[in-house]
Design a protein. Structure first.
Length: 359
């Protein structure tokens, strides 16, 4: 199990770096989404192709379609086949994806500043957002261990946001993941909204694997779905059944559930008029869960970091992500989170120096 999680993580990390490198002004979002998905499937296609350990094609590959959500878009933007939107210099682009080998899922997301130059420093509101995400991520990673409660992590998110004058985005859940399950029942809520959004209090346990999702906004942190037509990511609602009446609906339902019995998929794979027509009846009877494209107000900015962690007997280990932003003008002044983040910076600097020395 752990070996397959780690293999999924290695592919996710490599693919993320490949997509980050392609985020240049003028690049189509569609090309980036396809680069991510195609790279994952290509790498996964080489895994366990021989012998007793063989993993069937449908049991490895994309576990969550590559999304490129720009500026005020908070997430889930995976393009339609005719989408001509392109990146512009200065855009804040969130790259989100997940990989699975034999159902063991590793997810990762990171936010980049679009530029022709590498290693551009974040400034102003963008820097505040990136630091809030990074500090929250490092604080959560340091805190999560057996016996700690999920509510403690929610408080860390809140403290990190307050330290940099931004808002935690509401409605974001970080789920425990299990085999072929990307969003298990145990979860961490990013922000509690009394009377509206909360989760049951849980304690972390040895062998738990979580996908930690940190999303911050310069706006109110209350993104909404503006255009249902942008929605491209869905997941089979395994507890729902219905005898579909239309032949086209039965055909598309059969095809999708064969390809993606439990994990999310992009409708772009099936993007034609028949697929849309068939999905309409499926959606009317709640046969699929939706991942709507959520947006803050125009002019607001949203940043995201996501990583997968394992709680083992040896401690808590991050297996995806962990990229610290280039924000030289900012420092975390929070008395609890500041030292944790400084330790992460020192560790990254030492690792970089060691790498440069080897060269």
């Amino acid at each position: 199990m752990l070996a397959k999680y780690r293999l999924s993580a290695e592919i996710a990390n490599r693919t993320l770096q490949k997509v980050i490198g392609a985020c240049k002004p003028g690049t189509r979002l569609l090309d980036l989404c396809e680069l991510g998905d195609n790279s994952i499937n290509e790498e996964c296609g080489k895994v366990h192709n021989k012998g007793k350990a063989k993993v069937e094609t449908k049991d490895k590959g994309v576990a969550f379609p590559t999304c490129i959500s720009v500026n005020h878009v908070a997430g889930h933007y995976s393009c339609t086949v005719d989408d001509e939107a392109v990146l512009a210099a200065g855009d804040l682009a969130k790259i989100d994806m997940a990989v699975h080998i034999d159902g063991w899922v590793a997810a990762v997301a990171h936010t980049v500043l679009v530029s022709e130059e590498p290693e551009v420093a974040f400034e102003g509101p963008q820097a505040n957002l990136m630091m809030a995400c990074a500090v929250a991520s490092e604080g959560a990673l340091a805190a999560i261990k057996p016996g700690v409660k999920n509510t403690d992590v929610t408080e860390i998110f809140s403290k990190a946001a307050a330290a940099f004058g931004v808002n935690v985005v509401e409605g974001v859940l970080s789920h425990q993941t299990k085999r072929f399950v990307i969003d298990g029942n145990k979860a961490i809520i990013s922000k509690v909204v009394p009377g509206e959004q909360a989760v049951d209090e849980e304690e972390f346990e040895v062998n738990d694997v979580y996908i930690l999702d940190v999303i911050m906004s310069t706006g109110e942190g209350k993104p909404t779905e503006r255009d249902e037509k942008k929605q491209m990511i869905f997941k089979r609602a395994v507890d729902q059944t219905y005898n579909l009446k239309m032949k086209v609906s039965r055909e598309i339902f059969s095809k999708i559930t064969t390809d993606h019995p439990t994990l999310p998929f992009t409708l772009r794979q099936y993007e034609d008029s028949r697929a849309r027509l068939g999905m309409k009846e499926c959606m009317e009877h709640d046969l699929f869960h939706t991942y709507p494209v959520l947006e803050e107000k125009d002019g607001d900015l949203v940043a995201q970091m996501k990583f997968t962690l394992m709680i083992t007997e040896e401690g808590t280990q991050r297996i995806t992500g962990g990229f610290l932003p280039n924000c030289p003008e900012l420092k975390c002044e929070d008395e609890d989170l500041g030292p944790i983040y400084q330790a992460a910076l020192d560790k990254a600097a030492k690792k970089k120096a060691k790498k440069n020395k080897k060269k």
